[in-house]
Design a protein around this ligand. Structure first.
Ligand code: NAD
Ligand code: WQD
Length: 335
């Protein structure tokens, strides 16, 4: 059975569907700090069966042990974590505690129970401000904020765990910019407060919840001056996790693998794609650059194709259509 930490969240819930579709048995472990039971109910509707669910915190070894006592867990897909870059600068200790200490606790309990396979949610943020694009996995790593340092530390911790006991199987998937929603329009990204990320903000503007989009700078060294990113459909990402679990036994070394589309799109290109998908106009303002933002970021995807046999299927139009279906059917998210 696969333990999915953070399985009630945005990427986790989509991955649960793909894992079940691929024939994996799963149990979700989540403290619902950034998700809702409603999301899990909707996943159950999509897959047509009940999902084993344990409510608990990855920092709590007792909570975790109870999962290993109840279920026969042989691998873990580890999504659980806090993920807001700006917030991580305000409350860094909570980020280190939740994300880094939480992962240490998880690995300890895994080891104690003889479960040594983990697929970890890393991020393209570990590349900092890269000198060139597309970004390859062997580029230098750095971080500009506590959230990024969490990911870097966790990657290093997982490498140390593997060094101490090479029977561990570790895959670190470095996501670029996750976007999109399930085709049903019943699950998707549901930010609690004002969205930090571009697509949820655009979607809330289109549905009338936000007045206008602030574009953070149009003076970058990019074709139209706005930031360029590699948006990757969440269902493609979910499929990447299935491929990672399918192949994890083949790898002797710790694997760090980019999950991106390999294409870069500017903020203006995303706005236009969303306007086309939704039929709505997105009013915008150009404002100052957001501190910490970089000009351009997109993945070299050759390694993922070669190692996992995985590549993105869905383009930016499909991402916008799916986000719009989710947002327009659920203007208040899961509430
Ligand atoms: P999310 O917030 O929707 O999901 C994370 C889930 O983990 C939530 O359900 C939350 O309740 C749970 N959680 C948090 N702390 C926990 C704890 N201590 N114990 C148990 N459960 C806990 O976020 P997401 O977008 O689905 O991201 C999933 C993972 O992918 C995170 O690790 C994130 O850092 C990483 N990631 C996300 C992005 C992105 O832009 N969405 C990009 C790169 C990497
Ligand atoms: C995309 C582009 C903004 C919002 C972040 C994290 C990263 C990863 C993914 C977790 C940029 C511009 C955005 C807005 C805007 N998360 N923008 N107005 O910053 O590439 O990555 O999420 O691992 O670590 O840093 O994504 O969606 O915030 O921004 O103009 O209201 O849209 O400047 O060019 P980012 P994003």
């Amino acid at each position: 059975m696969v333990l999915v930490t953070g399985g009630a969240g945005y990427i986790g819930s989509h991955t649960c569907i793909s894992l079940i579709d691929a024939g994996y048995e799963i149990v979700v472990f989540d403290n619902f700090s950034n998700s809702s039971h409603e999301g899990i109910k909707r996943v159950e509707k999509i897959v047509g069966k009940k999902i084993a669910l344990v409510e608990g915190d990855i920092r709590n070894r007792k909570d975790l042990q109870s999962v290993f006592d109840t279920y026969n867990i042989d691998s873990v897909v580890h999504f659980a974590g806090l993920k807001a870059v700006g917030e991580s600068m305000q409350i860094p200790l909570q980020y280190y505690d939740n994300n880094v200490c939480g992962t240490v606790a998880l690995c300890e309990v895994m080891q104690k129970n003889g479960c040594k396979k983990i697929v970890f949610s890393s991020s393209a943020t570990v590349y900092g401000d890269p000198e060139t694009v597309p970004i390859k996995e062997d580029f230098p790593l750095s971080a500009t904020n506590p959230y990024g340092r969490n990911k870097l530390f966790i990657e290093k911790i997982l490498r140390d765990v593997h060094r101490s006991d090479p029977t561990w199987k570790v895959i670190m998937l470095r996501y670029f910019n996750p976007a999109g929603a399930h085709i049903s329009g019943t699950i998707g990204e549901d930010p609690d407060n004002i969205p930090n990320n571009l697509l949820p903000f655009i979607a809330q503007t289109a549905v009338g919840k936000r007045e206008m989009l602030n574009i953070f700078g149009n003076d970058y060294d990019t074709p139209d001056g706005t930031g360029v990113r590699d948006y990757i459909h969440v269902v493609d990402l979910a499929d990447g996790h299935v491929k990672a679990l399918d192949k994890i036994d083949n790898f002797k070394e710790v694997m760090a693998i980019n999950l991106g589309s390999g294409d870069g799109y500017s903020v203006f290109e995303i706005i236009h794609a969303f306007e086309k998908a939704s039929g709505k106009q997105i009013p915008y303002n150009i404002v100052a650059r957001r501190s910490g933002d970089i000009a351009t970021c997109y993945a070299d995807t050759a390694y993922a194709e070669d190692i996992l046999g995985w590549s993105a299927k869905y383009n930016i139009d499909k991402m916008c259509e799916d986000v719009w279906r989710w947002q327009s059917k659920n203007p208040d998210g899961y509430n």
